[in-house]
Structures are given as C-alpha cells and as structure tokens.
Write a protein that binds this ligand. Structure first.
Ligand SMILES: O=C(O)C[C@H](O)C(=O)O
Ligand code: SF4
Length: 514
C-alpha cells in the first residue's frame, strides 16, 4: 500500500484540474446550442478556455475546490483507517501545492484550519464489496451550487406550478422548480442529482449519489428514464441560460434515483452541481496501492441529451454592446454612463472582499482607501513563491447574493463605485447602486484560471487572520472583463431573467405524468 498516498494525490489533482470527458462534452454541446455573439455564448467560450487553461496549468478549474467527498468501496479485510490516514495526508499536500484551496472553516469561530482538515472534513463514505480491488470516487462540489440544493416535502405548493402531489407528476414539478430557483447562482448551466424518498438525510445522500453517474448513461428504471429525458428537454425552455444571462442551455444533466420512504414522509431532494462538475474515480490495487484504472476518462458513447429551443427573446445580445475601459478610482459620472449589457474592462487596483470582510466593515474602518474603488467578491487560491511573494493560483468570483444584507451600506460608507461578483444581487443593492452611483459587474463564475491570468500583481493583503479565501487581497489587474448586469439606473438583468423564467415555468403547470 506504499503507493496509496501518491495515487490519492493524483486523484485529487485530476479532479480539481481536469474535467472528465462526459462533462466537457455536455459543455461543448451547450456552446454549440447558443447563437454566436450572445452573452451565453461568450460565457461558455470563457468557460471552455478556462477548462483548457486549468488542464494545462495543472491548477484548479474553480477556486472553490469544495467539500472533498470520497465514496470508497473496499475488499473485505481492507484497512479503512489506513486509507483514511492516506486521504488526509494527500489532502494536506494538495492544499500546500495550491491544488486545493484551504476550505475547512470552524463553524463557530470562523477559523480556517489552513489544511482542509477539520471536524467532518473531508467526507469519506466506505462500503464493502466482494471484489479484490479498492474503488475511490471523489467529488469536489463548491459552495455556490451546494447552497442551491433544495429539498421538497410533498405535497406542496410551488410558485408558478401550483400543487405538487405525492406522485410522479408532483416529482416532475419539484425538479423543474429546483432548476428555476437556482437561477444562475449555482454557476449554471448545471447538473442535478435527484433523490426520491428516504428521510431528509438519506434523500440528500441519494441525490448526491446520482452525481456519480455518467452524464450520458440511461436510467435502468424506465419511468425514471422518461422523467430524466422530460426534464432535460423542458428545463432548458426556462431560458435562464449560462450564468443566468438568458440562453438556450440551463441544464446539462439530470439523474434521478429512488428509495423507499415511510408513509408520512415524501421527500424530493435535489443536489445542484455547477458546470465545474469535478468528479473523478479510480480503481486501486489493494496490495500495492497503485492506480489500475480511471473511471470517468472514457469518451462518451452517446451524444449529449441536450434539446434546445430557439427563443429569440432570450438571445441576449452581447455583440454590438459597448466596451468601456475603466481604471479606479472611478468617478460617479463614469458609472452613471454605464448600462446593463455594457462590457467593462478594468485595469488597475481592485480589492477582494467576501462574507467576513463585509460583516467586519459594517462597524469598522477599511485599511485602504476605497473611494471610487472596486470590490471583487472573490476568495482566491494563493501560494507564496520561494521569494516570499504571493502568486495567484485561481481567482474567479463568488456568489454575490450572500452580501445582500451589507452591500448597499458598504457602498455608501466607503464610496465604492463597482462590485464584481456572480449571480447578481437583490432589490436592496439595486436601490443602493442607483442612490449612490455604483454598478454591479458580473464575472463568469468558475472561470478561475481565466481571471487569475488577468491579475498582474498581488500588491498586498489585509486580514490574513480571516483565512486565505476571506482575506482582503489588493490586486493589480489588466484587461479584467465583466458585464454590467445591474446599473445605476435601476435596471437588473437578473431581475428580468428571474421574472421571465417564472412566466415560462407556468407553462409546465398541467399534469404530464398522471
Ligand atoms: O467560495 C467560492 O469561491 C465560490 C463559491 O463556490 C460560490 O459559488 O459562491
Ligand atoms: S464558483 Fe461556481 S463553478 Fe465554482 S464552485 Fe462555486 S458554483 Fe461551482
């Protein structure tokens, strides 16, 4: 078993940096389904470039390397404690080399353990089988899409869809609703795993288990196979699109599993996974610890099950949109000149800030002048080089809506002119942008290599005690592109897409599977 740690390290590295062929194929089909020049097409082409860069740089596809979750099958008699020890060592090493972001945080103190270990982290599930090999599957599922998981208890009333009863049709409605409620915040286009039945805990477990299926397999249960096909065909008619920009592809995969329940409970649990669907698997020789085979590396046999609807109203044009170059400090006049749909190219100094910093700034001062400045909702992966200088390993945006309670106040208090993030923000921030003269810029979620490439220098950092992702990094950027999705005139692309997708959801109200 000497080689085991090295094998696990290889598995972690591949999972974080190299998307499997079935996922790539689904993204490729999505790209082909969008009309050239639309925002969705541009977002998908950034995503494709990013996937390529991550593989070439052997660096994280997305800066959020998620909750490492292992599913392991072992021969009778295998030493599970030894396997766990090796996993923990491999995790620590992958963190030291910037393959994983230090992501394990004490829930009460907020302290980052710094090495991705902690109470309950990583997650490891063991199962025995009668084969003489070890099978290890790993999924790195980030926080933004995890926050979009949802569990329904049937019967229930669903916005847009009405009553969902305790039958296949009620399940159908829940799944469509789950895609709608995620909007672009889980970095759509996404994959969903659905668990029908169980209790609240096992239902979610079953949903996550579905994510280990290959994107193009066929469900052995004909009813569920029909349901999966139906969802793939119709969820895309919601036209939420990549990053919630509108567009033809919202969902890249849907896998449904079922288990028994007790009479009083009927749960439908949905695990939402972003396009950065990082899962790999290996079989390992139990004597040597060496990798024998990879589980997700074969080319998909069937073509991608993506059906698209051409919907002219949702073809958000990006070509022909204005491109505006800005260098902070930015004036109010420059901001008021911007409109939803403009592409902003930023050069100069920007500052990262996410959950801990926003809360902190509510009743503390800022260590640097933010007048006319730009805040980037981002928790990067950083490594110190041999000369003691910080290097950016990955730096895409995080979900902005979490800062909704603070953002408007922070903009006003410090004179901030632009906020970069992803997924959009709510009514309070929109009003604040209008009142104080600021804009919201949407970067492409998950495109962590693409944006890391725009960062020319790390000028400094404050609040390292918050941990690497939550610290305030001061970054020099060049040609950092993002789209204005909320302007200083009360317009929000996110609000528009949410409203139009709710209208479209209502077309699925009538029973289909009776
Ligand atoms: O934590 C992050 O960097 C991003 C997170 O996965 C998110 O989607 O918001
Ligand atoms: S930022 Fe987006 S792509 Fe990255 S883990 Fe979060 S949801 Fe996934």
């Amino acid at each position: 078993m000497e080689a085991l740690k090295q094998s696990l390290l290889e598995l972690i590295t591949e999972t974080s940096t190299n998307l499997p062929p079935d996922v790539r194929e689904a993204i490729k089909k999505a790209k082909e389904s969008e009309n050239a020049g639309t925002r969705a097409a541009l977002a998908l082409s950034t995503i494709s470039d990013n996937i390529q860069m991550a593989e070439e740089n052997i660096s994280p596809i997305c800066q959020d390397t998620g909750m490492p979750t292992f599913k392991i099958k072992v021969p009778v008699g295998a030493n599970q404690m030894e396997i766990t020890r090796n996993i923990r060592e491999a995790i620590v090493e992958a963190t030291e080399t910037g393959i994983l972001r230090p992501n394990s945080v004490d829930s009460l103190t907020g302290e980052n353990s710094g090495n991705n270990l902690g109470e309950g982290v990583p997650v490891i599930h063991y199962e025995q089988w009668e084969k003489n090999k070890i099978e290890v599957r790993l999924i790195l599922k980030g926080g933004g899409c995890e926050n979009k998981n949802i569990q329904y208890s049937l019967p229930c009333e669903l916005e847009g869809l009405g009553r969902a009863g305790r039958d296949l049709d009620g399940i159908r409605k829940c799944i469509l609703h789950s895609v709608y409620q995620a909007q672009g915040q889980g970095c759509s286009a996404g994959f969903i795993g659905v668990g029908i039945g169980g209790d609240r805990t096992t239902g979610y477990e079953l949903a996550k288990q579905q994510l280990f299926r290959k994107a193009y397999d066929t469900n052995p249960n004909p009813d569920l196979a029909k349901l999966e096909d139906y969802i793939m065909e119709n969820a895309n008619k919601l036209s939420i699109g990549t990053m919630g920009f509108g567009g033809n592809t919202t969902l890249l995969g849907c896998k449904v599993g079922t288990m028994h329940r007790i009479p009083a409970s009927f749960f439908v649990s949905v695990a939402y996974n972003c396009w950065a669907f990082r899962r790999q698997g290996v079989t390992i020789d139990p004597e040597t610890g060496k990798i024998n085979s990879w589980l997700y590396k074969d080319k998909p046999q069937k073509s991608a099950p993506i059906t698209v609807t051409e919907s002219a109203s949702n073809q958000q044009q990006a070509s022909g949109s204005r491109e505006i170059v800005l260098t902070p400090p930015i004036s109010e006049e420059q901001i008021r000149n911007l409109k939803v749909g403009d592409v902003v190219i930023l050069n100069g100094l920007i500052h990262t800030g996410r959950d801990t910093l926003h809360k902190y700034l509510m009743d503390h001062d800022t260590p640097v002048d933010l007048q006319g400045g730009v805040i980037y909702h981002c928790g990067p992966v950083m490594l110190k080089d041999s000369g003691g200088k910080w290097q950016v390993k990955a730096a895409g945006p995080t979900t902005s809506i979490r800062e909704e309670p603070y953002q408007s106040d922070i903009i006003e208090k410090f004179g901030i002119r632009a906020v970069i993030g992803k997924g959009g923000m709510g009514a309070k921030t929109l009003a604040g942008l209008q009142k104080h003269g600021a804009v919201y810029l949407n970067a492409i979620g998950g495109a962590a290599q693409y944006y890391a490439d725009c960062i020319t220098e790390v000028e400094g950092v404050h609040f390292m005690e918050f941990g690497v992702p939550e610290a305030m990094w001061h970054l020099q950027v060049k040609n950092f592109a993002a789209i204005v999705t909320m302007d200083a005139h009360g317009n929000s692309l996110h609000q528009d897409v949410e409203a139009s997708s709710l209208e479209k959801l209502a077309q699925f109200k009538e029973p289909v599977f009776s």
